[in-house]
Write a protein of this length. Structure first.
Length: 136
């Protein structure tokens, strides 16, 4: 059920055999994202359960889910970019049905993220799912 943008990341990861190259690629994905406007970095958009500062700003447009996000940590910005590729553009009703853990496992992220980062990714996914579920 992954989006074409996420499938592209999966293909890139298959090409990058070394985890350090994959890690750099995730960071580059984060660097390529536009920063979240400072006005959107408020308690309502902050994700709790992350080791670093994380903000997600979800939006529903024409029945489709999308979100922007930001973090003070480069690797987390990259993880936000990966999650954006996984979820942005999906019909809002499909968002809660995405098996994020299985999709992210295709990238091998589970094996290479610290437990704190893994908990942060889970917290971001929970926020995404809960926002989408409220709209369905």
């Amino acid at each position: 059920m992954a989006t074409p943008a996420f499938e592209e990341i999966v293909e890139d990861f298959e090409f990058l055999e070394d985890w350090e190259d994959r890690y750099r690629h995730v960071i580059d994905l984060g660097k390529a994202m536009d920063p979240l406007a400072e006005a959107l970095k408020v308690p309502a958009t902050k994700v709790h359960g992350c080791a670093s500062q994380v903000w997600l700003h979800p939006q529903i447009e024409a029945g489709r889910f999308r979100f922007d996000g930001d973090s003070d940590a480069m690797i987390v910005r990259g993880l936000i970019a990966v999650l954006r590729a996984l979820y942005n553009g999906l019909p809002v009703a499909e968002v809660p049905r995405v098996d994020a853990a299985a999709e992210l496992a295709r990238l091998g992220l589970n094996e290479h993220l610290s437990s704190q980062r893994s908990n942060g990714v889970r917290a971001m996914v929970e926020r995404i799912r809960s926002v989408a579920a409220e709209e369905v």
